[in-house]
Design a protein around this ligand. Sequence first.
Ligand SMILES: N[C@@H](CCC(=O)N[C@@H](CS)C(=O)NCC(=O)O)C(=O)O
Length: 191
Amino acid sequence: MLKLYGSNTSPFVRRLRLLLVNQQHEYINMQIFDGADRELLRSLNPTLKIPMLDNDGEVIFDSRVIFRYLSDKLGLPRLSWGQENILTLIDSVNDALVQALLMQRSEVAADTEKLIFRLQQERIESVFAELEKLAGEGAFDAWDYPSICLYCLLDWALFRELHNVLAYPALAAFHAKHHAKPQVQATDPRL
Ligand SMILES: N[C@@H](CCC(=O)N[C@@H](CS)C(=O)NCC(=O)O)C(=O)O
């Protein structure tokens, strides 16, 4: 039995929940920062990050690798190299925004004079500009895994108020197009 460990708010977890929407699996919603769930996380995954997948005792870390594992097991079509690059774009900005959130929660002031903040800010702006261009060119017209990942990124950035993704017309239209999907609603991090 496939078990997906994650949390309802994580964009990296939500993409896999959406991928697995028609597959039998168990989903475990964890509170990863404290208590018994942190101990469980520690016992399964030394990187102390979610998601992880457990397939009858075979534990796989990292959403990108979990996607490859599931593609293999479920016979999903291979991503093209262009789609792999799109996933790298999405992951890079998702990682930068997760770091921004952790900085906020650690009460570290975002000072764009400092190298770390300048580099992250530049990355966020450059990747969103590229995603906007790709969306305008039709790269996200199908509801495939890259589109699922993009949706989860955009909706999470809005939910956490980290970046105004609605300022990009093609990305805003993409978000609006998929927002009412039942599986999207069922995995809303605001629930
Ligand atoms: N590259 C990882 C990133 C996963 C990730 O950053 N997960 C966040 C939650 S959204 C996390 O577990 N953060 C815990 C931490 O940074 O300590 C993946 O794709 O699975």
